[in-house]
Design a protein around this ligand. Structure first.
Ligand code: BG6
Length: 509
């Protein structure tokens, strides 16, 4: 192991043009370009390569390079090597195009052709839509009209679409329809950055590369599953986006459902994109569609009030800039879901996520059924510690198993202990943005870590009753919680009525 980044032995992607729409925005500066830089450091950018930044208002290539370089220094996950940074940014060209002015896309096509010839990128193109979501369909339409997405002469053409993919089932379907008019499903890469996280990908390996888990991974042995994505951050500067989105839309059909589908899917017959994505879509489609009445009963939503998260003072959500003073948007959501299939019948999945909570913690907790008999006189069965298998994603990446053991001594006294695997104890990895894997996969044409149209729609289908019911209920039933707390106490009741409790999460997981 060494502190120096090592060249990778993965294959280099084909030559290509990497076209970023929304290049002047935060995402391009914070994640996309720093990821391209990290790929360059490990030798994983193509030899023949160019980056085209598309801005709606003209900007010179020099000005764009300068701004991206600044972003790189600000957001890079590792010390910036000026030589490599310059090499990456040298291949950036800025082109002006705006889907509201179709002519500009004809010009974009001509300029791109010229660049492709000069850079010998053989016509392979990746169009990365790092724009606000309302621009996805208009840009795609123009790319389709100008023929820029047509896969001809053996060249590939790919469209990468950022989150949020729709705001409900109808809009997600409409967006899929629009995109599928101009590109085939295999050309579309719907990004969910959770799939770039190592531990998330590791769920597949944990389940399917180890023989001992599969026999107990079902309703016979598992009591329930808890998925938690708690954030310490408040809404900050994103008031306008967040107030029209809320915790459920922002996190559940995408990030939390990625975790759920990896934990709950059936074993795929092959480790390829088609088989894996089909199983994921299948399990999402098996989430019971609840009536609005059931959705209200099986959910808790809350909004934060002023408080202190760590050392940070946080104000009332409703006082955030660009948030309506009488907003009923939830900043916390907890749901109980049922998966209607043979494996999971009767095993509830409890999901919770929120902003401005006491700590940042992302984990999946699999709670095994309790031992059936009270055979230990000193420790009745209901006082045995709980058997959890924990998949920690943040802040500690790893897996741990909690079980009971005998305390040394003449009496049979039982206590709970934990067996822990932490990624950082075994593997040395350079800090990354999490986007490198995803961007690399787009360039090599592996879409296993991207969402297929049917999965996206199945996700929205499952949350739609909650969206509808909450909209109708308005302020009624909307709970509050102090910033820095664990969320609304009503979330405990959601489990308590089933005789269960949320796992108590400490600072170390
Ligand atoms: C984004 C959401 O998709 O994910 C944000 O829009 C959220 O609101 C973020 O903070 C959480 O990502 P992570 O990787 O920090 O868990």
């Amino acid at each position: 192991m060494t502190d120096q980044p090592q060249p990778s032995n993965q294959r280099k992607p084909d030559p290509c043009a990497f076209v970023i729409f929304g290049v002047t925005g935060d995402l391009a500066h914070r994640l996309v370009v720093p990821s391209l830089y990290n790929l360059a450091v490990t030798g994983l950018l193509p030899e023949n390569f160019c980056v085209v930044g598309v801005a709606r208002n003209g900007m010179s290539s020099d000005a764009l390079r300068e701004s991206l370089m600044k972003g790189l220094h600000q957001f890079s996950t590792r010390k910036v090597d000026e030589v490599i940074a310059k090499r990456v940014l040298e291949c950036v060209t800025c082109i002006e195009a705006d889907p509201r002015q179709p002519d500009s896309f004809d010009r974009l096509r001509d300029q791109l052709h010229k660049l492709e010839t000069a850079r010998q990128t053989v016509g392979n193109r990746l169009f990365y839509l790092a724009t606000p979501p309302n621009a996805f369909a208009p840009i795609a339409r123009e790319l389709g009209r100008t023929g820029l997405l047509a896969e001809d002469n053996g060249a590939w053409r790919r469209l990468v679409v950022e989150k949020p993919f729709g705001t409900d089932l109808a809009s997600a379907k409409a967006l899929n329809t629009e995109l599928l008019k101009v590109a085939e499903e295999h050309q579309i890469y719907r990004i969910d950055h959770y799939l770039g996280k190592e531990t998330v990908q590791n769920i597949l390996v944990l389940r399917f590369a180890n023989g001992m888990f599969e026999p107990i991974w079902n309703r016979n042995h598992i009591d329930h599953v808890q998925i938690t994505v708690d954030e310490k951050l408040d809404v900050g500067h994103r008031g306008s986006f967040y107030d029209s989105t809320g915790a459920l839309r922002d996190m559940v059909p995408n990030h939390l459902f990625q975790l759920l589908s990896l934990v709950a899917m059936e074993p795929p017959t092959r480790f390829d994109a088609y088989a894996v994505r089909s199983e994921k879509a299948e399990v999402l489609a098996a989430i019971q569609t609840q009536s609005e009445e059931e959705a209200l009963k099986n959910s808790v939503r809350g909004q934060y009030l002023a408080g202190k998260a760590g050392d940070t003072e946080i104000g009332d959500y409703r006082k955030t800039k660009n948030v309506k003073p009488d907003s009923t948007t939830e900043t916390y959501a907890a749901l109980k879901l049922i998966i209607d299939n043979w494996r999971w019948a009767g095993v509830p999945f409890y999901l919770r996520t929120g902003k401005a909570l006491g700590m940042k913690r992302t984990e999946v907790a699999i709670k095994f059924k309790q031992a059936p008999f009270a055979m230990f006189r000193c420790t009745p069965v209901d006082r045995l510690s709980r058997n959890y298998l924990l998949i920690g994603i943040e802040p500690t990446e790893g897996i741990s198993l909690q079980f009971n053991t005998k305390v040394p001594g003449p009496a049979v006294t039982i206590d709970g202990v934990e067996m822990k695997f932490r990624y950082k104890d075994y593997f040395k990895a350079e800090p990354s943005t999490g986007y490198e894997t995803l961007i690399y996969d787009c360039m090599i044409g592996d879409n296993i870590l991207f969402q297929r149209a049917d999965s996206v729609e199945a996700g929205w289908q499952a949350v739609q009753p909650f969206l509808d019911a909450w909209k109708k209920a308005g302020a009624e039933g909307l709970q509050t919680y102090a910033a820095g707390s664990e969320g609304p106490s009503q979330a405990d009741e959601l489990l308590a009525r089933d005789g269960r409790t949320w796992r108590k999460i400490g600072p170390n997981g």
